[in-house]
Design a binder for this molecule. Structure first.
Ligand code: ADP
Length: 518
């Protein structure tokens, strides 16, 4: 090993970034380019894979220049990526045959409905840990094969390659030498058996996807080849890959079973490390691979909230109640309680554990003395309540012995101290905010460090993480539970089956109250 630094490529939904880290985990320099979103039809979302490639090369060069480093100073490179986004390309030319279908793209919803009827969510879940949803790559591969002229024949002839963004970038970075992914990305395709860690022949057959399309699946810290020396003025070893949420799990050093990380950006993603045990959720959470190291899989339960920080964007841009997201904190503090007002931000349906795409947002409990402050506070509170919904489902899946102690948080919204305290109160757990909040990119760099032998084990990675602040639960539990009961009632009312069937256990327990805290 020559270099003293680690480099992360963080290819996200809205931007492509490169960050250079010291081996102590401190960021040294970075560069970023925004990514254009293409919306060819309502519900369709595409990215230009060529644009992603050009941006990747440019940000790596700029990050190295900003750090005044050369390729030879980098011990290893790690890639983390927006998950599920799907590219098919021609193996001979390296050219994508279509724009990338982004994880948010809903065009395969009908295909998923048909497959659910044919195969069933239970069978899919047993193998892949997932549910039939347009979110996952398998449905997007099927769409491309069915809709791009000549694609299926080319695929059958072995001329095409499939990859999520990590795999496409790896192919390009290695000059077409390596067609591989890691277990965390494979786990998001709907065609990978996360128990046996193999592509699932039965699902491939049912989806009519030729196995010749598929990348080799490696550990998250592994030898993924080296970059073409012409790109960055010397070869860089590629030694780590993980999907963004899994990389954040590594970056937050959630290496023990029972450890949880929660990322609060536009939406919110919670991952609970379940260790060597593949826990099948009975509460509509996903089971996934947290990371795979030296052939050993650490599994996770995953829940996602579609609208988290985005509700504050709506408060700013839709409601025009604040000029900046950060102003919401002082507003929440300026009133003693939510005044009985609840905001359910089901703008695009409800995610886990409800999976209700037809639900829509609503504000409940308005009285003559309600105003913007109560609505802003209710918007902030909604993120904590939704996290509690997910944690409740996780606790139920793990059984009574599950011990959840701390939740490690990151993402833009965790700058809000009021929300973090409210979250700790609602969950009854310590909320731990790290000093370095670039946990996703750091996770990719840390995996590369593990792959290159810079770190001997995950314990070395864990040592690099420092808590900046711990928010401990305060106040009376009964009061927090009373507020939560009001939220559960509000959620029951926005769900598309409201009134059609009795609420599931626990829902609707709290009657609407004029003053939640009185
Ligand atoms: P993403 O990576 O999804 O683009 P970020 O991690 O950059 O998101 O977080 C940005 C989100 O955090 C925005 O939706 C914004 O509304 C929210 N946010 C940022 N600062 C605050 C704050 N102080 N209080 C509440 N929400 C905030």
């Amino acid at each position: 090993m020559t270099g003293q630094y680690l480099l992360a490529i963080d290819q996200g939904t809205t931007s492509t970034r490169a960050i250079v880290f010291g081996t102590d985990g401190a960021p040294v320099a970075s560069a970023q380019v925004e990514l254009k979103q293409h919306y060819p039809q309502p519900g369709w979302v595409e990215h230009d894979a060529e644009e992603i490639w050009t941006a990747t090369v440019s940000v790596v060069r700029r990050a190295l220049a900003n750090a005044r480093l050369k390729a030879g100073d980098i011990a290893a490179l790690g890639i983390t990526n927006q998950r599920e986004t799907t590219v098919l390309w021609d193996r001979a030319t390296g050219k994508p045959i279509h724009k990338a279908l982004v994880w948010q793209d809903r065009r395969t919803a009908d295909w998923c409905r048909r497959m659910r009827e044919e195969i069933g969510d239970a069978e899919l879940g047993k193998r892949t840990g997932l549910l039939f949803d347009a979110y996952f790559s398998g449905s997007k591969i099927a769409w491309l094969l069915d809709n791009v002229p000549g694609a299926r024949a080319s695929a059958k002839a072995g001329k095409l390659a499939f990859g999520t963004i990590d795999t496409f970038l790896l192919w390009r970075l290695t000059g077409g030498k390596v067609h591989a992914t890691d277990a965390t990305n494979a786990a998001r395709t709907m065609i990978f058996d996360i128990g046996s860690q193999k592509w699932d022949a039965d699902l491939l057959k049912a989806f009519d996807i030729p196995a010749s399309l598929l990348p080799d699946v490696r550990d998250s810290a592994a030898d993924f080849g080296t970059t073409d020396p012409a790109l960055f003025g010397g070869a860089i070893a590629i030694r780590g890959i993980a999907g963004d949420q899994q990389a954040a799990t590594v970056g937050q050093a959630c290496f023990q079973p029972g450890m949880v990380k929660s990322t609060y950006g536009t939406g919110c993603f919670v991952l609970l490390n379940t260790g060597a045990k593949f826990v099948r959720s009975k509460n509509r959470l996903l089971s996934t691979v947290a990371y795979r190291l030296k052939g050993k899989v650490a599994y996770a339960l995953e829940g996602s909230i579609f609208i988290s920080g985005a509700v504050i964007q709506w408060v700013r841009d839709g409601l025009k109640a604040v000029a900046k997201a950060s102003e919401s904190e002082a507003i929440a503090r300026s009133i003693p309680d939510n005044g009985g007002v609840y905001l359910v931000p089901a703008f695009t349906g409800l995610g886990a554990p409800w999976w209700d795409p037809d639900a829509r947002g609503a504000i409940f409990g308005l009285t003559r003395d309600s105003g913007l402050p109560q609505i802003v506070r209710a918007a902030l509170e909604s993120t904590a309540y939704q996290t509690r919904d997910l944690m409740g489902a996780m606790r139920a899946d793990m059984g009574p012995k599950a011990e959840l102690k701390t939740i490690r948080v990151d993402g833009g919204m965790v700058a809000n101290n009021w929300v973090m305290q409210f979250l700790a109160d609602q969950l009854g757990l310590d909320v731990d905010r790290p000093l370095v909040t670039e946990t996703t990119a750091w996770g990719a760099a840390a995996l590369a460090g593990l792959g290159a032998g810079v770190y001997a084990s995950v314990d070395d990675v864990a040592k690099a993480r420092q808590a900046e602040r711990l928010f401990r639960p305060q106040g009376a539990r009964a009061e927090h539970d009373g507020l939560y009961a009001g939220w559960q009632d509000a959620v029951a009312r926005v769900r598309s089956d409201f009134g059609a069937k009795p609420s599931p256990k626990g829902l609707g327990a709290g009657r609407p109250r004029a003053k939640a805290m009185s």
